[in-house]
Each structure stands twice: as C-alpha cells, then as structure tokens.
Design a protein around this ligand. Structure first.
Ligand code: UD1
Ligand code: CA
Length: 419
C-alpha cells in the first residue's frame, strides 16, 4: 500500500437542519476541533495524497476551514442535493486524474480512525474494486443493509427499498466507501435514480461493480468509527467517546490522571512524560505541557505552553499566548494572556498578566495586575529578571520594570523603573 496514491473525497454538503444552528453542521466542534478538521486529519493520517471536499452552495466558511486544515485541498460545490453518488461526482475532476485509491467519507463522522481507512485501502490493494465499511448497530433502522453471498458483498439495500428479509440483516452500511481509482468513474456514471427516493444512491455502486464482474467487499468495524452526527445530543455523545479515547492515549503515553473522566482534552493536546493532571482540568485547543509539569484542579488552558516542571493551578487560567518556562509557578486565580513567563518566575495568587514578559525568577505578588488596555489599544509590559512586584501593584502599560527592581505594595506604576 505504501506507494499507492489516494484521493479522499469528504462529503460536507449536509444541511444539518436538526442541529438547530446557524452554523454549518461540519463546523461544530468536539475536543476543540471542527468535525471537518477531525475527518481531514484522519484522512491525512491514513496516507491520502490528495483531498477534495464537496460543499453545498454558499459554504464559504466550510471551504475556509478545509483549507486551514489542509491547504492543498480542492473544493467542489454540489449545487443541488440529488443523492450521495451525485455528491461524489461533483469531485469528478479530481477522480479523473489517475489515482490508485479513492476514499469517500462523510464530513459528519469525526471518529473515523486512520487504521480503519487503511484497512479499506488494503482491500483495494488486494484486488477489490469497491470496499464498504460495515458495522452492526444495536438498532439497524434507517441504515442501508449489506447483502452478502459467500463472503462477497453483492448489494447494499436502502431501508426504504429493502424487502422484509433484507431488513432482518444486522450488518449495515456505515457510509464510508473505497473505490479502485480506475473503476470509480465507470461505476459512478452508471448509477441511476430508480429507487423510492429518486436519488442517485452511492450504494448502488456495489451491484453495478458486480455486474461489471468487479469485486466488492465489506470491511466490518465498530460503531464508533461511523458514528454520524445529526443533533446536538449526538454531538455530545460523540464528544464523550472522543474524550475517552484521548484520555486513554494520554495515559498510555505516561500522563498521570487522578480522575480521567473529569479531564477534558483537545484532539491536539500534547504532553511530555510524567505530567500530572489533577481532577477537573479543561484543555482547549493548542496546549503543550512539558515533562514533570503538574496541572492542578479547576484550571483552564487554551493555546498555551507549560514548561518542564511548572506548577499550574489550582484555579489557574492560561489564555492564548501564555508561554510558561521551566519551573514556573502559576497559582490560584491567576490569569495569563499573550505573555512569556520565564524560567522560575512566580505569580501565585490573584493576578492578571497580559501582553507582558515576566523575567526569569521574578515574583509577581498577590493581587498585582498589568493594566494592558487603556480602553482603546493594548500595550506591553516588560518585567526584568528577578524583579519583585509587590501586592496590589498596578503596572500601567506601556511600561518596563528593570532587572532586580523592587515595586512596593499598592504602587501604581506609570513610568519605567530602572534596574
Ligand atoms: C446513507 C447511505 C446508507 C448508510 C447511511 C450511513 C446512501 C444512499 N445511503 O444513508 O446506506 O447506511 O448513509 O449513515 O448513500 N449528501 C450530500 N449530497 C446529497 C446527499 C447526501 O452531500 O445529495 C451527504 C450528506 O450530507 C451526508 C451523507 O452524504 O453527509 C449521507 O447522506 P444521507 O442523506 O444522510 O444518507 P442516509 O440516508 O443517512
Ligand atoms: Ca445520514
């Protein structure tokens, strides 16, 4: 499979009306990432060499998100909703460039794992023209049924078109399909709309491939891989499954979690070794925590970096751009935004540090704040190494405090302080 090229086509033209939201369905987030970003990430990790996203009309925001995640992605518009095969054919120009494997994935199934996509590609490499991802839901109602004969997949029957006997089949279509790149267009172009819904069904590809004497197979997987999201309740259920996966991965990599079920991670949270995360901590997107750091209870971190051996919390808030060096201490009710806190510096109680540098070994006292905003613009504060900022001091930015300087309790600093 190593050198086979692979085009992934993600269908993101969904209306998402049951989400009761102004936001397109695939832009809803779980674990700090949009559904679309999670799917595109899985596609990338499954070794795809090209990606296409099919969007509905007026879906600029969806296209922009796709390009943010995968800058090389191609966007195609399905202007009328005429069925799943019609949606895939919107990306015909991408399929026409010869490619070995074509993967078709729905943009609202964010838990699809790269290894499952790879299993589908392996079936193609072993000679199948069509591989369909099957699963056995507790309640098969609403899903297409996989009709098998002697180990081969012979057809997929949509529920409303199925006979009573076919409705009794437990193996269902998860919706993901893989096609041999040479066969995909000849198959898709033969699909008609002779079914009860009058749609171009992608699922007809199986029977058509068989009629062309090509091989179709089913790959069975667990339900989570194909869990689709249509409602806010399903969004929350999917989030819970993903959180469990992320916690398990973090613990397998050596993170200690006292009560993992109370810790919320982002899909991109990165941990070093021997990190301890106490109960009730929330990691927004873009957080890196280095070796031996301890994140204490009730802390909230977002786009932040925590250096080796640092101690954060309890009740700390690290906002975007908080960059803590080694052995930094950030204590209760301390908020840090867009600031570098150098090695060994401390802000232990009730403080705000924004748009600033706190030099190595400096101490930022209880209740001290940086006044970074004058009501119009933000300004910077620079605090030198080893400086001491007394309790309840207000540093009015722009201002700089020299290395080793001492600011007395309750001072309001409006001019630079020399070293
Ligand atoms: C589809 C499958 C069914 C499978 C189920 C799994 C077909 C015909 N049926 O049924 O066998 O069990 O998924 O969830 O494929 N879409 C478009 N454009 C369209 C129509 C659909 O982009 O014109 C997209 C939708 O946004 C969605 C996906 O394709 O992401 C599936 O469409 P949907 O109408 O939900 O198919 P199902 O009836 O659920
Ligand atoms: Ca569906």
């Amino acid at each position: 499979m190593g050198d086979r090229t692979c085009l992934a086509i993600v269908l993101a033209a969904g209306e998402g009306t049951r989400m009761r939201s102004a936001r397109p369905k695939v832009l809803h987030e779980i674990a700090g990432q949009s559904l679309l970003a999670l799917v595109l990430d899985a596609v990338r990790r499954a070794g795809s060499t090209a990606a296409a996203v099919v969007v509905g009309p007026d879906a600029d925001a969806v296209a922009a998100e796709a390009k943010r995640v995968l800058p090389g992605v191609e966007i195609f518009v399905q202007s009328e909703r005429l069925g799943t095969a019609h949606a895939v054919l919107a990306a015909k120009a991408a399929m026409a460039r010869s490619v070995d494997d074509v993967l078709v994935i729905y943009g609202d199934t964010p838990l699809i794992r790269p290894q499952t996509l790879r299993r589908m590609r392996e079936a193609l490499a072993a000679g199948a023209a069509v591989a369909v991802l099957g699963f056995r839901p507790r309640d098969p109602a609403g899903y297409g049924r996989l009709v098998m004969e002697g180990g081969d997949l012979v057809a997929i029957r949509e529920e409303i078109d199925a006979s009573a006997a076919e409705r009794g089949i437990g193996l269902c279509n998860g919706g993901l399909m893989a096609f041999d790149g040479k066969a995909v267009l000849p198959i898709l172009e033969r699909i008609g709309r002779n079914n009860r819904k009058g749609e171009f069904y992608l699922t007809d590809a199986v029977a058509i491939a068989r009629a062309m004497t090509l091989k179709a197979v089913a790959i069975e997987t667990e339900e989570d891989d194909v869990r689709g999201i249509n409602t806010k309740a399903q969004l929350a259920e999917t989030e819970a499954v993903l959180q469990q996966r992320l916690r398990k991965t973090a613990m397998e990599a050596g993170v200690t979690m006292v009560a993992p079920e109370t810790v919320f991670l982002s899909a991109d949270t990165k941990f070093g070794r021997d990190v301890v995360v106490e109960p009730f901590v929330v990691f927004g997107a873009g957080v890196t925590v280095e070796d031996n750091a301890v994140i204490r209870s009730f802390s909230h971190l977002d786009h932040a970096h925590v250096g080796k051996g640092a101690l954060v919390g309890p009740y700390a808030r690290l906002r975007p751009g908080a960059r803590l060096g080694a052995d930094v201490h950030i204590g209760n009710f301390v908020e840090i935004k867009e600031s570098v806190i150098e090695d060994g510096a401390k802000a232990n109680h009730l403080a705000y540090i924004g748009d600033a540098r706190l030099g190595a070994g400096a101490n930022f006292g209880a209740g001290a704040i940086v006044c970074n905003y004058d009501g119009v613009a933000k300004h910077r504060t620079d605090i030198g190494k080893g400086a001491f900022i007394g309790s309840n001091a207000a540093l009015v930015a722009p201002v700089s405090i020299g290395d080793g300087a001492y600011v007395a309790t309750g001072s309001v600093i409006t001019h630079d302080v020399p070293p």
